[in-house]
Design a protein around this ligand. Structure first.
Ligand code: ZN
Length: 150
């Protein structure tokens, strides 16, 4: 387990699309373990592999109700709308109000390749959307609400 460096918005990798994980090996496990350490050290609620410079579809999330590891995650249902302040470990010191679904359902694999379903509302829905966006090179600043003063 190790802390990795979190890249920031000047790094063009953040705008690249991450590749599907096809090999569920020790290397993947090490990446996930390092991402968990890095997320907790940075006091974030989520981290995508691209943020540590690895273009793989891997995300870790902990909104205070338990750690979730997502490999090849996909949002399969979206419901409602929320407008809340959002930030990103790769854009330190910045924040903005975004438009996101109020709740989402996600399917993803774990580090062994087994598929699971998750659902999240509020902060957790935002975390799922935010981190999965990273896998396609999207940042929260692409989802800003016109109402930046609420
Ligand atoms: Zn982020």
């Amino acid at each position: 387990m190790a802390i990795r460096n979190i890249i920031t918005k000047e790094n063009p990798l953040l705008r690249k699309k991450s590749r599907v994980v096809e090999t569920f090996d020790d290397r993947l496990s090490t990446l996930i373990d390092d991402m968990i350490d890095t997320m907790y050290k940075a006091e974030g609620v989520g981290l995508a592999a691209v943020q540590v410079g690895v273009l793989r579809r891997v995300v870790v999330i902990d909104c205070g109700d338990g750690l979730i590891e997502l490999v090849n995650p996909e949002i399969i249902e979206r419901e409602g709308v929320q407008e809340e302040v959002e930030g990103c470990l790769s854009l330190p010191g910045e924040s903005g109000v975004t438009l996101r679904p109020m709740s989402v359902k996600v399917k993803a694999q774990n580090r062994e390749g087994k598929w699971f379903f998750y659902s999240g509302t509020g902060l957790k829905a935002r975390a799922f959307c935010h981190e999965i966006d990273h896998l396609d090179g999207n940042l929260y600043i692409d989802r800003l609400s016109p109402n930046q003063n609420n």
